[in-house]
Design a protein around this ligand. Sequence first.
Ligand code: UGA
Length: 434
Amino acid sequence: MKVAVIGLGYVGLVQAACFAKLGHIVLGIDLDVQKIASLQSGMLPFFEPGLEDVLRESVQRLSCTNSIAALEVFKPEVILICVPTPARADGSCETQFVARAIAELAVYVLEKTVVVIKSTVPPGIRKDLQYVETSGLIELASVPEFLREGKAVKDFFQPDRLVFGVQSVWAEQVLRALHKGIEAPICVMSVESAQLSKYASNAMLATRLSFMNEIANIADVVGADIEDIERVVGSDKRIGKMFLRSGAGFGGSCFPKDVLALSQAARLHGYETRIIEPIIEINADQPRRFVNKVRERLGDFSQKTIAVWGLAFNGNTDDVRESPAIKVIELLLAQGAAVQVYDPRAMKQAYAFLQDRVTYATSMQEALYGAETLLILTEWPEFMKADWNDIAHALASPYLFDGKNFLSRAQIQQAGLIYCGIGICSDVSRPLGN
Ligand code: UGA
C-alpha cells in the first residue's frame, strides 16, 4: 500500500519506518527543513533503540519531503496524522496542528483515502473536521498509538492490541490491510471510542503510578516497605504486576498532558472529573518529597555537591520532557546545592533546561568527583551494573538515593551504602518526614 505520514516526530517517524519495514511504500512529510535534510542524509533526529536498523532495512521504501503538495503525485491510500497535540495553558489539548494538517492535505487528495488521526486528540474533534469528508474523498479514522518511548519499535511490531476507530467497513478493511503482518487482537469501534480509549489507557496507567506513589509516601511515614506492598498487590491477578513501581514521579510528553486534557475534554461536555486531578497533584509533589528525603539525611545543601545520574524521563530515551530528574535538580539548585550530572544520551536535551547551572560530567565516575551523595533518576541499564564499592569510596556520605526504585538494594547495601528509595529506606531509624 502507499502510506503518507504527516509529522515525523517520535510517533510519526517510528510509524513511517515500521510501516515501510512491513512492505508498504511510505512518504514522510514534515515542515522542519533541517529534520528532513538530516533524515535524507541518514541521521536520526532522536535516539530510539532499534529505529536506526529499521530505517536502514526499509530505506528503499521510505522517502521524506517538506512538501505536502507531494501527496498529489504520491496518491496514498492512507494518510497518518502524527503532528503534536501539546497542552494549552488551561491543560486542554491544542488541536490546531491536526486541524491545519487535515485542511492542507485535503487540497491534494484526489482519490478515496482514509485519513487516520494518530495524534492523541480529545473525542469529539471529528465534528470540527467533518467538513473535509463532504467531497466523499476523505474518510476520517482513528488508530491511537500505544508506543512507549525507548520501546517504540518493539511496541509497534508486538502491540497488546490494535484499535481501529472507523466509520465504515471499507475503512476497517483498509486499516486491516495496512497492519497486515502485525499479530495482535484488533478492537474495531467508533472514532470517538477509539480516541477515548487512548486517554483512558494513559489515565489508567498514570492513576496506578500516582496511587502507588501515595502508598509509598504512606510507607515512608509509617516505616513500611513499598517493595513488599508492591509484591503483594501485584501478585493479585486482577491487578497485575506492571506499572506499580513508585518513584520521584512519572514524566514524559504523554501522561501529564493527556490526563489533564481528558479532564478538560470532559468539562467541555459538562462532566466534572473527580479522580483525575489528584493524579496530577500527587505526581507534581513527588520530586519535592524525594528532595526532602535527601535533605533529611544530608542536612543543608549549601556547600554540598550532589551527583545525579539520569536526566531522561525514562530509560532508553533521550527525551527530557516533564522529566522528574529535571524537577529534582531544579529543587536541589534552589536549595543551594552544586549539582554534577551524567546521562548516557540526554545531556544535550537537558542543557536546554539547565544551561550552565549544573556541571556536565562525561562519565558516571566523573559525576561523583567531590560529591556528597548520588541520586539516580533514570532507569538506564548501565546504572544497574555500576560498581557500588567504587561509588561507596567516592561519596562523602553513605547515602545513595534511587528516584525510580529500580536498583538492587542488596548489592548497594553490601557495598556499605545506605539505600534510599521512595517508600523504602535502609536506615529506618532516621526520622521519616514529609
Ligand atoms: C506512555 C504509554 O505507556 C504509551 O502506551 C503511550 O503510547 C504513550 O505514553 C503516549 O501516549 O504516546 P511513555 O510516556 O513513552 O508511554 O513511557 P512509559 O514507559 O509509559 O513511562 C512513563 C513514565 O512512567 C516514566 O517516567 C516512567 O519512568 C514512569 N513509570 C513507569 C514509573 O514511574 N513506574 C512504573 O512502574 C512504570
